[in-house]
Design a protein around this ligand. Structure first.
Ligand SMILES: [Zn+2]
Length: 215
């Protein structure tokens, strides 16, 4: 197993957080997550030295010459027009447990600033306009499944960030077992979304892991 320095979780839904503490344990990484996400760390026997509560961080987490910050965000109404599993996780969870127990908790955009380059990871199909005022990024990893309207999203988020590169993420089927072949999220028009992103003139890069999918 390769060395990993930080495992970063932007919200505590099952598809983002359920195995993250175990991965941190296995690699010796620091686990950075919200108060809700930290309720998942006892099952992996992570101690306080190995965890950072991102709801309470007042300054960036420094990792070599990289600064990791958390911009308060929102979860989008990604499931039939509603936020899936809202609320907090208020007690320690020990898997296996139902997906519905993984409440969203505090939701953040993860900002990684490395020398001259700023990268944002938006994993929640949502954002909070007031926390993005005067903020810019160069590279945007953008969850696309669950966004309500790609035109609005481009207009009010993608263009305002000034990102030169957009990497669409989170459009693989997350409702299937890990051992199964990776497939596209059913009923999601990824081709249309990519075409709209390309129309902005930004460089659109499909992540390597998702590139073999036919769309
Ligand atoms: Zn989510």
């Amino acid at each position: 197993m390769k060395k990993c320095r930080a495992v970063i979780v932007g919200h505590s839904h099952y598809d983002h957080a359920c195995d993250a503490p175990f991965f941190a344990k296995k690699t010796g990484a620091t686990f950075l997550g919200s108060s809700s996400s930290l309720h998942l760390t006892n099952a992996a026997k992570l101690d306080l030295i190995q965890t950072k509560n991102t709801d309470q961080m007042t300054s960036p987490f420094i990792l070599g010459d990289q600064k990791i910050s958390f911009i308060k965000s929102l979860h989008g109404p990604a499931l039939f027009g509603k936020i899936p599993y809202p609320g907090e996780i208020d007690k320690d969870l020990f898997p296996p447990i139902a997906a519905s127990k993984y409440r969203a908790g505090g939701t953040s955009i993860v900002e990684i600033n490395s020398r001259e380059t700023t990268i944002w990871h938006i994993g929640s199909a949502g954002y909070l306009s007031k926390t993005l005022k005067n903020k810019k990024c160069d590279i945007l990893l953008l969850t696309v499944v669950g966004i309500q309207n790609i035109d609005d999203y481009i207009e009010s988020l993608v263009l305002k960030t000034n990102a030169k590169v957009v990497i669409p993420i989170h459009f693989d089927n997350m409702f299937t077992a890990l051992g199964n072949k990776t497939t596209l999220m059913p009923f999601f028009k990824i081709k249309k979304v990519i075409a709209k992103l390309e129309m902005t003139g930004r460089k659109v890069i499909i992540p390597k892991a998702l590139a073999p999918l036919k769309f």
